[in-house]
Design a protein around this ligand. Structure first.
Ligand code: ATP
Length: 610
């Protein structure tokens, strides 16, 4: 067969015209496209080898060889992959077959031809080589022993020619004669840097001028049993740019609903704990071993930003741009799928390797809590991963599932208390009522917990209720001491209301208190102690809290106060104010202790004078 000339399909011409005349600056992407094509061709050959041993030049190594030639201003990318027959050359490099390029053209039509960015958004496969080359030669020979070798040549203008190339080796060799001004791509260092950026995990060896450049293989594509602990560690260090060891490794593949390979690592340390600012997302996105984006923001929810590793999905179009990708339905699906799998991984660890999970929890629980408040779709799973001490956990960490198991029949609520520490919670006035009734209260002591618990309404059908909220109805327990008569109680409540005036919202009496005479409850809509502390830390002035005062009608101090109010209202007022301060102090709601000191002195004076 002699040399023949053919014209490009109209769409190809249109595409090439845009590519060649584009002012798109990120021209290096063509290297990624060609390496990716070479890798695909090798992958196809590898698959073919599995079922067919009639392959031309079967002994050629499955590798990609890249050579730079500064003198002649050329770049050559060669693979010993599947190659192309004459018909395939015409079909593949003369028409537009792949969907990415079609989408590209459609976008161009919509946005007008001068939108250079569109190239970066879609990538244009093989044709992108014409951004840098004035002429491209493709020497190729199919793996089919019956096929001949050919050379395809084009300047990317109107058409191409195909000629015989009897000595072409199996595979494809793309020789790019670089344009003036594109000399950088004939320089080994420049190409090396591009390869390191995009193609490090291509699973076939890439040699640049005879030297291997990609050292790390795509271990995420291997099956778990074929990867050693050391390999995982080495790979973690590589992808995370880390020096430590991973504290957790999750490696899985799935075919449905999406084809994915994921290898995720939990680092040893939570950098954010050291005040180093917010971490950046660190799970890279690959498509068939070729890097699409090393920091895709929406691939995982923000609260999983501590994870490191790789997700590789064959369902992704290789050339998809960051912007288009981040909003794509596919990324959303990947996001949900991987998040669920990761939470399941943690759940399994919590069950089977409890110690390990608790160590993780100590350092990383902040992220899970952030997730609870921001990812309603994962809330149930996340809430089940929370661990806390409680009034019944004996100093051990518990889960809400365990809490529910321990709860009495008929308890429809999960009670919790927030405080600065376990001691502070246990010494506060709220717990006793629950203890007396054998009801468990979960303790939460981190500043973020308020925010987190506010966003949980229920878990497994049980309502979340703060044990210090004013609207809890607890079954009365018979505690020691006789209660005030109804009439005395009403009288005392009225007197307290008028005496304490603006300081309180209301006075109630209930059977909730056991050892304390009074407790201060935060009214339903009011900011509680933790919120107040946070607002104040942010420099926001907070008005004095108005609380609901709950009195214990069986307590001797209350009995005494009821009498004192009749006989010595001046002392009774000091006592009432002091009781309120005590209650507010215990609730963490007292800002001004100045008056309290003065008042205590007055009370002491009265005591010593008696
Ligand atoms: N090195 C190669 N070896 C064998 N065939 C190749 C090679 N490079 C390209 N081809 C063939 O040419 C076709 C077109 O390549 P191009 O890069 O334009 O798109 P693509 O690789 O199919 O697109 P995408 O990257 O979106 O999958 C490929 O599908 C493949 O069949």
């Amino acid at each position: 067969m002699s040399k023949e000339t053919q014209s490009f399909q109209a769409e190809v011409r249109q595409l090439l015209d845009i590519v060649i005349h584009s002012i798109y600056t990120d021209k290096e992407i063509f290297v990624r496209e060609l390496v990716s094509n070479a890798s695909d061709a090798l992958e196809k050959l590898r698959l073919l080898q599995l079922k067919d041993n009639n392959i031309y030049q079967a002994d050629l190594p499955l590798e990609i060889n890249i050579t730079t030639d500064e003198e002649n201003n050329t770049l050559t990318i060669a693979d010993h992959g599947i190659g192309m027959t004459h018909a395939e050359l015409v079909q593949n490099l003369g028409t537009i077959a792949h969907s990415g390029t079609k989408a590209f053209l459609e976008q161009i039509k919509e946005q007008g031809e001068n939108n250079a960015d569109v190239i970066g958004k879609f990538g244009v496969g093989f044709y992108s080589s014409f951004m840098a080359a004035s002429e491209v030669e493709v020497f190729t020979r199919s793996s089919d022993p019956a096929a001949d070798g050919h050379v395809w040549t084009s300047d990317g203008a109107s058409g191409y020619s195909i000629d015989d190339a009897a000595d072409a080796e199996r595979g494809s060799k793309m020789v790019l004669k670089l344009k003036e001004g594109m000399e950088e791509f004939a320089k080994a260092d420049r190409i090396k840097a591009i390869l390191e950026k995009y193609s490090n995990f291509v699973s076939f060896p890439i040699n640049l001028n005879g030297e291997r450049v990609n050292t790390v293989e795509a271990i995420w594509l291997k099956s778990k049993k074929d990867v050693t602990e050391e390999q995982y560690e080495e790979f973690y260090k590589f992808v995370a740019h880390a020096w430590d060891k991973p504290r957790g490794t999750m490696h899985f593949s799935a075919d449905a609903p999406l084809s994915i390979h994921a290898l995720l690592f939990i680092p040893e340390e939570n950098q954010e704990q050291f005040g180093m600012g917010q971490m950046e997302a660190g799970v890279s996105l690959y498509c068939r071993k070729v890097l699409i984006d090393s920091k895709p923001e929406k691939l995982l929810p923000d609260w999983l930003r501590f994870l490191r590793g790789v997700i590789d999905s064959e369902d992704l179009p290789l050339s998809i741009s960051r912007e288009a990708m981040q909003d794509s339905a596919l990324i959303k699906k990947l996001n949900t799928l991987i998040t669920k799998r990761f939470l399941k991984f943690l759940d399994r660890q919590a069950k089977n390797e409890t110690e390990k999970y608790l160590e993780f929890y100590q350092k990383f629980s902040r992220f899970l809590k952030e997730g609870i408040a921001t990812s309603p779709e994962h809330q149930e799973q996340l809430v089940s991963l929370l661990r806390f001490e409680s009034s019944m956990s004996d100093g051990e960490k518990s889960s809400f599932a365990e809490y529910i198991d321990r709860a009495k029949d008929g308890q429809e609520e999960i009670y919790y208390l927030l405080g600065s520490s376990k001691d502070a919670i246990e010494q506060g006035p709220y717990l006793e009522a629950f203890k007396a009734r054998g009801i468990e209260v979960a303790y939460f002591t981190e500043p973020v917990d308020q925010y987190v618990l506010d966003s949980i309404f229920e878990f497994k059908g049980k309502k979340f209720v703060a044990a210090n909220s004013s609207d809890i109805e607890l079954e009365d327990v018979v505690s020691e001491g006789e209660a005030l008569s109804e009439a005395d109680e009403t009288k005392l409540k009225d007197w307290l209301k008028s005496t304490l005036g603006e300081r309180i919202e209301n006075v109630n009496s209930s059977g909730r208190l056991v050892d304390s005479p009074v407790a201060a409850l935060t009214p339903k809509e009011a900011p509680n102690a933790q919120m107040r502390a946070m607002m104040q830390a942010m420099g926001q002035p907070m008005p004095e809290s108005k609380v609901e005062l709950e009195i214990n009608p069986r307590h001797s101090v209350i009995h005494g106060l009821a009498k004192l109010a009749e006989s010595d209202s001046e002392t009774a007022e000091l006592v009432a104010q002091q009781l309120t301060d005590n209650a507010m102090l215990a609730a963490g709601l007292l800002d001004n202790t100045h008056e309290m000191t003065e008042r205590i002195n007055k009370l002491l004076e009265k005591v010593v004078q008696k």
